[in-house]
Design a protein around this ligand. Structure first.
Ligand code: TYM
Length: 352
């Protein structure tokens, strides 16, 4: 275990997992656990930045734990833990924040996006900084949202991770993590943190599109196929996906909504099936209804076994408790070691 590269990744506890989470993250976790020293966690503290509902939070953590296990993460191979079970993360978050600029946090795309959403503003070209400073305290953007990238960097750096399997939307956060690691190492003249990289089995990061014709699949977009969607629900969602009127001439360019369906198909279906539909599009014989039926079928092949295991695992309190207790112990041991190094490096030493 010791010579293997360290892999760490997490998912926020904000609901159930969808195909975007699966192809961007979870499916990679399952494959990587055999070859790397892996830690996978549930980011409950990050969930508080946008959804501070105490009743929902705990249940959401349980959902994702059950989904990790149902998808095939093996607690004997990988460390599975809950972020808040490792208090060392919160302390190091405070320390790392001393090396992070407010400006660079404000320029993060996901911050601008979420801050505007929270304030009910549209992107009209006005600087977000001005929009935020002008708001009163009833309509606030919380400081936790601003420092989201610091917390994420700490999750990664405290475990000295080399590889961080995430979807395309998280690449900017990873870039910041590398910058913070470099900055810390060079400011103190140490070689403490490796610079972590995204990990993909193909050659580029995955962006799973939604079914509504535009953008990525995301919880707040309301365009998701969930791993635990019942068969009927899932088929209905796919059959309702946005398309267009169909190709009128051979080899016509593919519109965005239809390309999205092909992208989903490339993730779930066999290459020859995708090719046959691409060919049918090119010679104008394609029937979107058939494509959707095929797509739903192939998605169900992926999701059904996960859904079937999910409910049993979710109700097995003793098993879940065992997994996260063992995970917390392992994750804390490593985190405490790094935190002790960071404190020492920063000059925080005890008199007694
Ligand atoms: P979260 O919960 O937003 O997303 C979890 C993972 O799912 C991926 N993802 C997608 N990938 C492709 N296409 C999509 N449509 C799509 N939607 C979501 C995300 O890229 C992510 O990999 N900040 C992280 C959580 C986190 C974390 C960390 C990750 C906190 N600390 C440390 C890695 C390491 C996040 O937003 O997750």
């Amino acid at each position: 275990m010791n010579n293997k590269e360290v892999v760490l990744s997490g998912i926020r506890a904000t609901g159930n997992l969808h195909l975007g989470n699966y192809y961007g993250a979870l499916s990679k976790f399952v494959k990587m656990q055999n070859d790397y020293d892996c830690l996978f966690f549930i980011a409950d503290l990050h969930a508080l930045t946008t959804a501070p509902d105490p009743n929902a939070l705990h249940e959401n953590v349980r959902n994702i734990l059950a989904e990790y296990l149902a998808a095939g993460i093996d607690p004997d191979k990988a460390t599975i833990f809950v972020q808040s079970d490792v208090p060392e993360i919160s302390e190091m978050y405070l320390l790392l924040n001393m090396h992070v600029g407010i400006g660079e946090l404000m320029r993060t795309a996901s911050f601008k996006d979420k801050a505007r959403k929270q304030l009910g503003l549209t992107d009209d070209g006005t600087d977000i900084e001005k929009q935020i400073i002008g708001t009163d305290s009833n309509k606030r953007v919380n400081a936790g949202l601003l420092t989201y990238p610091t917390l994420m960097a700490v999750d990664i750096l405290i475990q000295k991770a080399h590889k961080v399997p995430v979807g395309k939307d998280q690449e900017q956060h990873l870039e910041l993590t590398r910058r913070f690691a470099r900055r810390f190492n060079s400011f103190y003249g140490v070689d403490l943190f490796p610079e972590p990289e995204n990990f993909n089995f193909g050659d580029h990061a995955v962006k799973v599109p939604g079914l509504d014709g535009s953008g990525k699949m995301g919880k707040s977009e309301g365009n998701c196929i969930y791993l635990i969607d019942e068969e009927k629900v899932l088929r209905k969602k796919v059959m309702r996906a946005v398309t267009d009127e169909g190709p009128k001439e051979p080899n016509q360019p593919v519109s965005q909504p239809v390309e999205n369906l092909f992208t989903l198909m490339e993730l779930t279906s066999a290459p020859e099936i995708v090719q046959s539909y691409r060919d049918a599009y090119a010679d104008c014989s394609i029937r979107y209804g058939d494509l959707k039926k095929q797509l739903a079928e192939d998605i169900l092949k992926v999701t059904t076994p996960i859904r079937e295991r999910y409910h049993d695992i979710r109700n097995d309190d003793a098993f879940i408790a065992r997994v996260v207790r063992q995970g917390a112990e392992r994750a804390r041991e490593r985190a405490a070691k790094t935190l002790a190094e960071v404190r020492e490096i920063m000059g925080i030493r005890k008199f007694y």
